[in-house]
Design a protein. Structure first.
Length: 364
């Protein structure tokens, strides 16, 4: 070690106690990239005492990919005297964890201006980046949510207003019963949207917890069917229910009914006149599998893959404003199924119908 290097090392050692409390990773390296100093945070990160770090290169502490990337930046400082400020992704061998750091690296020069090493200060920004990502997602979700509310409430309300337009009533000669049915369906769609919106918002805040009870599945599936009898009859849909005898589940009854109601709503909505819908429930391994199959318009593969992803799902088809589906109900289904440690999915093809299914752990 040259006199200049020795003097520098002594000065750094006197500062070590201060550097141990700066809230950042502070280090120095020689011309060969070997550590000549590391503060306490670096020692804790490498899970090694200072005397076992000095003299080693980054290859002893980082995976090969990280080492090669660090070498590129370090050589720019050591060989060309550059001052680097950059984001670095590091995988620590000791923990195997990927962390992101904002690093500032500068050359250390002797009295003759020759580069004899480098110093660096790195700040862990992993949590900050995650927070920024979550905030961005939350803002995007909020914007999409406002769009959903504006679209799905404006459409039915506009339709109802149109029905009360005197010229429209006279022109189309609507019968009162038809008008009442149309108004009821539009208001019911608004009510369903607002209900799903409320429960989805509560689930995002962690305010919804399953209140599990044991119950028999068949009566509740048939109750859900009866709730849609008007729509089923209007479309002349053949509706069948096939459930294993005395099949029970341990689940939150309200969430279970909400899942069934949303899946049935979509099946009926997209099944044409004289179509068919079948509901089945059976034991499969350690789970109860419930399926709702229809002969509706079907779903393209690219769309089906995003149906259960919050606000990334696409419109199911180019329906008018009254029938267009936002998929909020399906997202709520996913939330409720996940709260029960179950799974949910769909298999479908355009013009060939769809099969939506979900599983719940079998009652023991």
């Amino acid at each position: 070690m040259t006199p200049s290097e020795k003097k520098l090392t002594e000065q750094i050692q006197r500062l070590s106690e201060t550097l141990d409390h700066v809230g950042a990773y502070v280090f120095t390296k020689d011309q060969q990239g070997r550590y000549t100093y590391a503060n306490k945070m670096v020692c804790d990160l490498f899970e090694s005492p200072l005397n076992e770090i000095i003299g080693l290169t980054d290859s002893a502490f980082f995976d090969l990919s990280t080492f090669n990337q660090l070498q590129i930046n370090d050589r720019r400082v050591l060989d060309h005297g550059e001052h680097i400020e950059s984001e670095e992704n590091n995988i620590i061998i000791a923990s195997g964890e990927l962390r992101t750091y904002w690093s500032v690296k500068k050359p250390i020069k002797n009295d003759r201006g020759q580069i004899i090493g480098m110093c660096g200060i790195s700040t862990d920004i992993t949590d900050r980046l995650k927070l920024e990502e979550d905030l961005l997602t939350a803002n995007q979700t909020k914007d999409k949510l406002f769009s959903i509310i504006a679209h799905d409430i404006k459409g039915p309300i506009g339709f109802i207003l149109g029905l009360f337009d005197a010229s429209l009533l006279n022109k189309n000669n609507h019968k009162p019963s038809e008008l009442y049915s149309a108004i009821y369906n539009s208001l019911n769609n608004i009510h369903k949207l607002l209900g799903n919106l409320l429960y989805w918002a509560r689930s995002q805040k962690g305010a919804l917890k399953p209140k599990k009870i044991e119950f028999e599945i068949e009566p509740h599936l048939k109750d859900s069917q009866h709730a849609f009898n008007v729509e089923i009859n209007n479309k002349n849909i053949t509706f069948t229910v096939n459930i294993a005898p005395a099949l029970t589940v341990n689940a939150d009854l309200f969430m279970f009914q909400t899942i069934i109601r949303n899946l049935l709503h979509n099946a009926i909505k997209f099944t044409p006149q004289n179509g068919t819908i079948s509901v089945t429930a059976e034991r499969v391994d350690n789970h109860i599998l419930i399926s709702i199959t229809d002969t509706g318009i079907g779903i393209a593969t690219a769309v089906a893959e995003t149906l259960f992803t919050p606000f990334k799902n696409q419109p199911l088809q180019n329906e008018d404003l009254i029938t267009k589906d936002t998929g909020l109900g399906l997202i709520l289904c996913k939330e409720f199924v996940t709260l029960h440690s179950g799974t949910i999915g769909v298999s479908s093809a355009l013009n060939k119908g769809s099969r939506f299914w979900f599983t719940l752990p079998k009652n023991t």
